[in-house]
Write a protein that binds this ligand. Sequence first.
Ligand SMILES: O=C(CO)[C@@H](O)[C@H](O)COP(=O)(O)O
Length: 225
Amino acid sequence: MTTFTIAPSILSADFARLGEDVEKVLAAGADIIHFDVMDNHYVPNLTFGPMICQALRDYGITAPIDVHLMVKPVNDLIEQFADAGATYISFHPEASEHIDRSLQLIADKGCKAGLVFNPATPLHYLDHVMDRLHHILVMSVNPGFGGQSFIHSTLDKLRLVRQRVRESGRDIRIEIDGGVKVDNIRAIADAGADMFVAGSAIFNQPDYKHVIDQMRKELAASKAC
Ligand SMILES: O=C(CO)[C@@H](O)[C@H](O)COP(=O)(O)O
């Protein structure tokens, strides 16, 4: 049976009360916390760095922290986020000079590695690195901002990624990120995702538990179950 992971993106959380908001979303049933790191260079927006990750660990957050690096170059921040308590670290292959080296660095620092694909990034970057991946993150919006609409054509991309993972015979998680809502999460699971990042869909609602419960109900009805 497929294990589904719900990963709220703190990009839409209340930054003035971040520790409390993260505690609240975990108590509402979230599995892990998704951390969108933007550098105003690789993407046109600026968010937070490793100090915030460390601050959440110091505050007492023990859930896995899933760091999505939207930065260029990537290696310095891989090291800093690993030291600050990241569990998973993913980066965009076109933002790394040496993809294999960056993946190895993540593993050497004791974290689990992922590669991220923008809607138009070709999947050939998966060649030769499947054995190094814990997850593959498929972006269903162009990176940089929360609250964008899901790009429907990424469902086809998800199916291709699912096929590649199946053919590899490896247990690689497939994460989707951008525009994930209660009303599309089942179709996304049917297309092959098993980790779901959702920012605005969860944090912009007053009752996080209600949204997460509805998402789980949709997932339970998916063909992937
Ligand atoms: O990485 C990104 C955007 O670059 C995403 O994680 C978004 O932050 C998801 O936000 P919603 O689309 O769910 O509001």
